[in-house]
Ligand binder design. Structure first.
Ligand code: GLA
Length: 732
């Protein structure tokens, strides 16, 4: 059993694979204190009072009531509330029917059970009775008659613990929730760094590492989506920790909307981490008897550096988050027409691409933006999900059938959450966009956001998706979302619920995705948001892969994909080979290198195969052969970062090692050639140090220990942007 309650000292001990997390109930009033999070420790003896420092001033209120406020302001609480003197970051802020905002919770009861409950209407990790144990601690604020249940699940074979929170109004009056975060952890000490993932369109998820100091560092999005700018992930780590060494605590929010993550260095050299739905534009009315569920946060602990944290996230997400028939499968090699044609295509153009693609071993054609309404540019027609038969001559079914006849599957692009002002849908329902009355909403890419909190709009868009997907043999959908939310107002919500729109919007997106994946389970869904603007675990629950960035340049992708792979498995990272000069940065890179980088993701093509050079086209069958040869390993193996060119300014290197350590694929990319220099030496990781490994390219045999500790010289890579794959198998 991964969770136990120790009666005498009244503490809960949550044990994941090599991790312990301890919570205690203290003093007569039954405060819930956070005792420990880190490497697994013995059950007993454990001096809970001293770890919580309640045997030193200011003591607990039963011993020193005159300094009750100091107790609240220094106690390592399990879930912080606002208004009673804990002046650090709060998780729960309310407003009662009298306009007051004071709230304090204490322990009432708990239950421990095998398995993991799902969260109604929300994505979450899942696990069965053999892999998980759950603890629910119910607390209450007696004065408000508010019940707060803290839910924890331990994955017993992984170093992962999840948390979510349920808030229930048992009183007879409305209570407003102004902030309900999902996690609070008080760490002892302030000597930590914080890793977060930052960026913008076309340069998503760059890794940033900064020290924690006094005061607050906030990583957040108030954009209505998890965003390009910040990912809902942070890691707190020992200042001395590195890739392979030290304590690392990762937090990832399973949510696709606005979020906050705050790391606060406090006056007594403690560090508080909180994470959850951003309180900006959030005001949720909880009527008597109603419950609010705060989405899940995944907490991963590593005692061996950042790399181990990454691998735990990958294992957890591959086995306990991503679902559907494609989760454990090689995905079809696709060719997408976006960078090939943009809006300028018709049936014949698409068929010409499909014909050429079929010859090279490509397995699917994806028709991107521009097939519906009058969409010949990005100024119109979102919402008018009817095939434009002037372009798709003969209709969609004809096109799909013809593509199928060539032996290719067919995929299609949608942007269901949007509405163009220049669309029949908007002309018929101008109130179906998110807007505030009497104020013209702000345009972004000349489009508005469809108000999915309005059931009629939601039903309309779902019926259009269903109609299109049922009318032809479509086996892939790219679900795009190309702007962030402003002008927050819904004509379908009453005045007192306008503050609920952002969260209701996210819930509505999940509802749509849930319906789609339930009714069309054979469809491979790829999430997208102006590239990687919504690459989060919430979306991964519905779509096993997400387009990582509109920036397809292989060198830029080294940074973007490395940042993304900090948390998310390679199997989920949408990566394609595109044409050069690259459309975003104008850079020329060898076709071969573009292939090596795309292999570290879902793999596919994003170019006009009828127009690229004969030399490049001839390389495609070989690249696809590499994909088929290595994808099982890349999709399922352990990922190791070996060198990072943003640090060394010259080369990048990563490897994937199969779970049984029988096979290893190393990818080395020389970004910049250095003159008058010897070969580079890299040290492999994660091998069996007692085994021998054979380089399948040269047949040379090395010991695992030599490859890891003495290293391997990389030779024969000459010039900028050149790369090399090195494949080892264990000698029998
Ligand atoms: C977004 C996507 C692209 C493409 C375009 C189409 O930018 O990220 O891949 O689908 O939209 O408009």
């Amino acid at each position: 059993m991964g969770i136990r309650f120790f009666e005498e000292q009244k503490y809960f001990k949550l044990d994941a694979k090599d991790t312990s997390y301890i919570i205690a109930v203290v003093d007569d009033e039954k405060y819930l204190g956070h005792v420990y999070f880190g490497k697994k420790i013995a059950d007993e003896p454990l001096d809970v009072s001293s770890l919580l420092r309640i045997n030193e001033p200011p003591y607990v209120p039963s011993k020193n009531n005159r300094d009750r406020m100091s107790f609240h302001d220094s106690f390592p609480t399990e879930y912080s509330t606002h208004g009673l003197g804990d002046f650090r970051e709060s998780c729960l802020v309310i407003k009662d029917s009298n306009g007051h905002s004071v709230c304090g919770i204490t322990y009432c009861s708990h239950k421990i059970y095998k398995g993991k409950p799902s969260l109604k209407g929300l994505p979450a990790t899942f696990g069965d009775e053999n892999s998980c144990t759950t603890l629910e601690i119910t607390c209450h604020d007696k004065v408000l008659d508010l019940e707060v249940t803290l839910v924890y699940t331990v994955f017993e074979n992984l170093d992962a613990i999840t948390r979510s929170v349920k808030v229930k109004n048992n009183s007879g009056k409305d209570i407003k929730l102004l902030k309900v975060l999902s996690v609070c952890v008080d760490f002892d000490g302030i000597d930590y760094d914080v890793i977060s993932l930052h960026g913008s369109w076309a340069r998503e998820r760059k890794i940033q590492r900064l020290p924690v100091g006094f005061g607050k560092r906030s990583i957040d999005s108030i954009r209505g989506v998890s965003s390009h700018q910040a990912n809902p992930f942070i890691a707190l780590l020992d200042r001395s920790a590195n890739e392979d060494y030290g304590n690392v605590y990762g937090f990832n929010f399973v949510y696709s909307g606005s979020f906050t993550a705050v790391v606060e260095g406090g006056q007594f050299d403690t560090t508080r981490v909180v994470m959850g739905i951003h309180p900006a534009n959030f005001e949720w009315t909880l009527a008597p008897g109603e419950e609010f569920i705060a989405p899940e946060v995944v907490m991963v602990y590593s005692d061996a550096g950042i790399g181990k944290m990454t691998r735990t996230f990958h294992d957890l997400y591959r086995n306990h988050l991503i679902r559907g028939k494609f989760r454990d499968r090689k995905r079809p090699v696709l060719i997408n027409n976006w960078e090939a044609t943009y809006f300028d295509f018709d049936t014949e153009k698409l068929l010409s691409i499909a014909r050429e693609a079929a010859k090279s071993g490509i397995e699917m054609l994806v028709m991107d933006d521009g097939w519906f309404g009058k969409r010949n540019n990005d100024n119109c027609s979102l919402g008018d999900w009817y095939v434009n038969e002037e372009k798709i001559k003969g209709g969609l079914k004809h096109l799909v059938d013809e593509v199928n006849k060539l032996g290719l599957e067919f995929g299609i692009w949608f942007e269901p959450e949007m509405i163009s002002p220049d669309s029949d849908l908007y002309r018929a329902h101008p109130d179906w966009c998110i807007h505030v009355p009497n104020r013209t909403p702000v345009l972004s890419r000349n489009q508005y956001v469809l108000d999915l909190t309005n059931d009629k709009a939601l039903e309309y868009v779902y019926s259009r998706l269903k109609d299109i997907l049922s009318g032809a043999n479509i086996t892939y959908v790219k679900w795009d979302m190309n702007r962030q939310l402003s002008d927050l107002g819904s004509s379908s919500l009453p005045k007192e619920k306008q503050g609920e729109i952002l969260h209701r919007y996210v819930l509505a997106v999940y509802k749509l995705l849930d319906r789609l994946t339930t009714e069309f389970p054979h469809i491979l869904l790829e999430g997208c948001s102006g590239g990687g603007g919504r690459f989060d675990p919430g979306m991964l629950y519905y779509s096993p892969q997400i387009w990582c960035s509109d920036n397809t340049d292989a060198i830029e992708r080294l940074i973007i994909q490395q940042g993304t792979a900090m948390v998310y498995p390679l199997s989920a990272i949408g990566a394609h080979i595109s044409d050069c000069p690259n459309h975003i940065v104008g850079r020329n890179t060898p076709f071969e290198t573009r292939g090596f980088v795309a292999l570290a993701g879902t793999f596919g093509y994003e170019l006009d195969i009828t127009r690229i050079s004969e030399e490049d086209r001839k390389m495609i069958p070989g690249q696809i052969e590499l994909y088929h040869k290595y994808n099982d390993l890349i999709r399922t193996g352990d990922y190791y970062r070996i060198a990072n060119f943003t640090d060394n300014h010259q080369y990048d290197c990563w490897s994937v090692v199969s779970k049984d350590k029988e096979e290893v694929l190393v990818t080395f990319i020389q970004v910049l050639q250095r003159p008058n220099y010897h070969s580079r030496r890299i040290k492999l990781k994660g091998l069996d140090d007692k085994a021998l490994y054979r380089d399948t390219g040269t047949n040379q045999v090395y010991s695992g220990s030599a490859l890891m500790h003495a290293g391997l010289n990389i030779t024969g890579v000459h010039g900028d942007f050149k790369g090399k794959l090195i494949h080892f198998v264990k000698e029998k």
